[in-house]
Design a binder for this molecule. Structure first.
Ligand code: HEC
Length: 273
């Protein structure tokens, strides 16, 4: 218990709004250090496996699913075919899909905003076809999963450099640590301080590594969904009203959230229950 309180205090103190004092690497080290202190035996690299890094009970099942034909394989292949069909490789930002996955999310200086991989895919799709694309599942999630597959084995490497980027990062961090909803809880309450503990039928996953396998397949969804779809689900878990996927609030939070996973491998093992 003492450990938990110390962790809450030290991580809590990192939350600020001024960009002048932003030190992403220090934040990341504190983040990793916290998980190391609650689970000393879990290897850093294993955090790409989400809850299965902590939940020994369901680890075997997870590995069996990955050893067979994972339920998302067909959908990801379809995403690759759609990438071709819609000519998405003609957009400079997606010409090298693996590089695109590694580059996003990034802070666009000219636009003054965080750009997500899904944002870039949607923009390119509209340029190529004249049509709009959804924000949470279907084509977008399939194509984004296929693009991400091309970068499997490369490392998350979010760069937060300019003052504008730092301000976006701080806004995202504040959203992650803010209490909200009927339960007055924050993302960190479940995925940092209570990670590895039980919440009803679930073991809570560590936020470290949360973004390495996105878009994720969920058995509960029966399909692939984007990180922002999952954000919406967790807002509901918190009894708070979800924000629209790809809204700036979620893009900023993703910027922080992915930066905390810097150094972890991007994985194509996207199964979650
Ligand atoms: C009341 C506890 C609770 C809160 C608060 C909460 N979540 Fe979750 N979250 C869950 C549960 C339960 C799951 C499913 C099991 C797991 O992976 O942790 C989950 C899953 C996730 C996942 C998927 C992890 C993976 O490996 O695929 C992400 C990402 C996530 N939450 C992000 C957030 C964010 C961001 C917030 C704050 C907006 C948040 N959660 C708030 C309970 C919570």
């Amino acid at each position: 218990m003492k450990k938990l309180i110390t962790a809450v205090v030290s991580l809590g103190l990192m939350v600020g709004t001024a960009s002048a004092g932003t030190d992403v690497e220090a934040d990341r080290k504190a983040f990793v250090g916290h998980f190391k202190s609650i689970k000393p035996n879990v290897e850093f690299a294993d955090y790409t496996n989400g809850v299965y890094a902590y939940d020994e009970g369901s680890r075997d099942q997870f590995e069996e699913i990955l050893d067979g034909i994972p339920p998302y394989e067909e959908a990801v292949e379809k995403g690759g075919a759609e990438f071709e069909k819609f000519g998405l490789g003609k957009c400079a930002a997606l010409a090298d899909p693996a590089a695109a996955r590694v580059k996003h999310p990034y802070y666009d200086e000219a636009a003054g905003t965080v750009v997500t991989l899904e944002g870039t895919i949607r923009k390119c799709y509209t340029e190529q076809t004249g049509k709009k694309m959804g924000t949470m599942k279907g084509k977008l999630a399939r194509i984004s999963a296929w693009v991400s597959d091309q970068a499997a084995g490369e490392k998350v490497n979010v760069k937060v450099e300019s003052d504008g980027a730092k301000a976006a990062y701080e806004r995202g961090k504040a959203t992650f640590y803010a209490k909200r909803g009927q339960f007055n809880m924050s993302c960190a309450d479940c995925h940092v301080y209570q990670a590895g503990k039980k919440a009803r039928a679930d073991i809570l996953s560590p936020a470290l590594g949360h973004t390495t396998h996105v878009p994720m397949y969920r058995a509960k969804w029966g399909g692939i969904g984007t990180l922002h779809r999952r954000y919406g689900g967790c807002y509901k878990n918190m009894r708070a009203k979800p924000i629209m996927a790809q809204d700036e609030v979620y893009r900023d939070m993703e910027f922080f959230h992915q930066a905390m996973s810097n150094g972890l491998e991007i994985t194509d093992a996207r199964y979650r229950k």
